[in-house]
Ligand binder design. Structure first.
Ligand SMILES: Cc1cc2nc3c(=O)[nH]c(=O)nc-3n(C[C@H](O)[C@H](O)[C@H](O)COP(=O)(O)OP(=O)(O)OC[C@H]3O[C@@H](n4cnc5c(N)ncnc54)[C@H](O)[C@@H]3O)c2cc1C
Length: 528
């Protein structure tokens, strides 16, 4: 595993060259320091009373922001600090390609903001449980501060780091994960974790309001150091093929982008959110999920901003309850670390999933012949995002109409969503499959035709992602195979198009799913 010996070595040398400790930057003539692709100004620094060159490492994880960032805040109060981000090798079941693209951009913004305040971000790649103790020992740093992860990989890493530091004069301080009610906190009140959303959320809300958000520090006492690696060097920005082209123009990663997104939502779209959230023909939801997944805005900042909003109570309550689902998913993952792979409902045997690589591929590429499913899957590839309604429809189609294992869908989403959140994704796939806590009943099978007619009545959403259906009238848009052949000919739909013959018959595959869920076996019904 690559452990960045060069980056650490040059950092140590940069420190050793200094004959005196480092202090906060006063105004004055700066010198330019090359770091990554950007140039920053670092003013000359006079000595401080501090004995150590650097007293704290701030290990940035899923908290890529300056505001309301408790580890950063505390480190800034302690004195000179070193902000570090560590690119960890890809985690088996969650490749997170799209989220890495997002994170690379977000990290660039964070580095820029930190550098402006005087403490550029050091990028390292490898295992935090090896790199951080090494760095702390070499630089004689006595405290590492970070925010807690709630996913099993992140939790394993933090406990390995804790063990690696035992016996060393370095304290590891973990701040609670970024939730309104930290998942570890609630069950202390009862014997077992919650499995049903409503009582969980009622109880969680009794812990509100959350503490007020902390302001961003207005300056930091850091060190300039020679160029280190950047996420671009790690291949987090795709080049060939460049699948992120459209994402770049649609999204605005980073802390400022998150704040702009929240403000725009509160000003324009929160009103009517309760009624319009599921409609697909315009942006009706907040689009905050990638900002939250990457910690560019804290959940308590969102909560306090929502509280100040003058939108109708019904809309504010609906939005808050969606944030509640995020809390609930975290709660589930905290107490069931195998949420991404093992059904929560242990009593019911799993059905015999079908091995069907060509249908799986058709689903992934958006070529099933079912317009709403295909539009969603193509939007996912283009923007790294899907509205919640379409996530439910596409997931239900894979698991129920195609009888393909929910874990394969979960993994595809994890690689393609810019907002991939291990807890939300796993809990939602379990919910759709009928295995989760408080799950949709196994016999609930979303009908993509009815869903399309209800939530995309003009077909604007479908046509955006399936231009080949542009000339199909709304009446047939969600079920083109029912249109007269001559109409399809005139609309340019080829004879071998899946929109004449979808890969599966919705009615028959529904029956097959119901039988499979009842018997636990895959019945011998050919739905296509
Ligand atoms: C199969 C499936 C997979 C999903 N995977 C993810 C994922 O990887 N990451 C993710 O953030 N969400 C996931 N969701 C939940 C939800 O679809 C998204 O959070 C939502 O669509 C994001 O859009 P928004 O920010 O505009 O949501 P809004 O409607 O504006 O909601 C505000 C916030 O509340 C939270 N939220 C909303 N709905 C849910 C929910 N059902 N469960 C948990 N939190 C929720 C999100 O943080 C969201 O940003 C998944 C849902 C399904 C059905």
């Amino acid at each position: 595993m690559f452990q960045n010996p060069l980056a650490i070595h040059s950092l140590v040398r940069a420190l050793q060259k200094r004959s005196r400790p480092i202090a906060s930057p006063p105004a004055g003539n700066g010198r330019t320091h090359r770091f990554g692709r950007q140039s920053f100004q670092h003013p000359p620094k006079p000595p401080t009373k501090s004995e150590a060159f650097i007293s704290s490492i701030v290990w940035f994880r899923n908290n890529l922001r300056l505001s309301d960032n408790p580890p950063l805040r505390e480190a800034a109060e302690r004195g000179p600090l070193l902000p570090v981000f560590i690119g960890e090798p890809s985690r088996g079941a969650s490749p997170e390609g799209a989220r890495h693209w997002w994170r690379a951009r977000s990290l660039r913004c964070l580095d820029h903001s930190l550098s402006r305040l005087g403490a550029p971000l050091l990028f390292l790649r490898g295992d935090p449980a090896i790199l951080l103790p090494d760095l702390a020992t070499r630089l004689k740093i006595d405290k590492i501060l970070a925010m807690e992860a709630i996913d099993p990989d992140g939790r394993r890493t933090q406990s390995r780091l804790q063990s690696a530091l035992s016996g060393k004069p370095v304290e590891f301080h973990l701040f609670p994960a970024d939730y309104l009610v930290p998942p570890a906190g609630l069950p202390a009140e009862r014997r077992s974790p919650w499995k049903v959303f409503t009582p969980f959320w009622q109880r969680a809300q009794s812990h509100l309001p959350p503490p007020l958000p902390l302001p961003a520090p207005d300056r930091l006492d850091g060190i300039p150091f020679p160029r280190s690696e950047t996420p671009e060097d790690w291949g987090w920005e795709p080049e060939k093929p460049d699948w992120a082209a459209e994402m770049r123009s649609f999204w605005d990663p980073g802390e400022e982008g998150a704040r702009r997104r929240l403000n725009a939502f509160l000003e324009k779209r929160l009103k009517n959110y309760a009624v319009k959230r599921d409609f697909l023909d315009e942006d009706t939801s907040s689009l905050l999920s990638p900002h939250l997944a990457n910690g560019e805005i804290s959940i308590r900042s969102v909560w306090w901003s929502l509280r100040e909003s003058t939108a109708p109570e019904e809309d504010r309550a609906k939005f808050l309850s969606e944030l509640g689902w995020r809390e609930f998913s975290a709660h589930l993952m905290w107490h069931h670390p195998d949420l991404a792979t093992q059904p929560l409902q242990k009593g019911r045997p799993e059905i015999a999933w079908r091995e069907d690589p060509s249908s799986l591929l058709a689903w992934q590429k958006g070529r099933t012949g079912i317009p709403l499913v295909d539009a969603g899957m193509r939007q996912l590839r283009r923007l790294g995002f899907l509205p919640n309604r379409v996530r439910m429809v596409t997931a239900s189609f894979l698991v129920k109409n195609l009888l393909i294992d929910w874990r394969k869908g979960r993994e595809w989403f994890s690689d393609n969503l810019v907002d991939h959140d291990p807890a939300n994704n796993a809990a939602s796939w379990q919910w759709i499959s009928g295995y989760g806590a408080d799950a949709a009943p196994w016999f609930r099978i979303f009908n993509p035709v009815l869903q399309g007619e209800k939530f995309d009545p003009e077909g604007r959403y479908v046509k955006t992602y399936l231009p080949e259906l542009a000339r199909i009238p709304p009446r047939y848009l969600h079920c083109p195979w029912t249109a007269p052949s001559s109409l399809l000919d005139n609309a340019g739909i080829g004879k071998d198009s899946p929109y004449r013959n979808p890969i599966v018959d919705l009615g028959l595959s529904r029956k097959r799913a119901l039988q499979a869920w009842t018997s636990g076996n895959t019945p011998d019904v050919t739905p296509s």
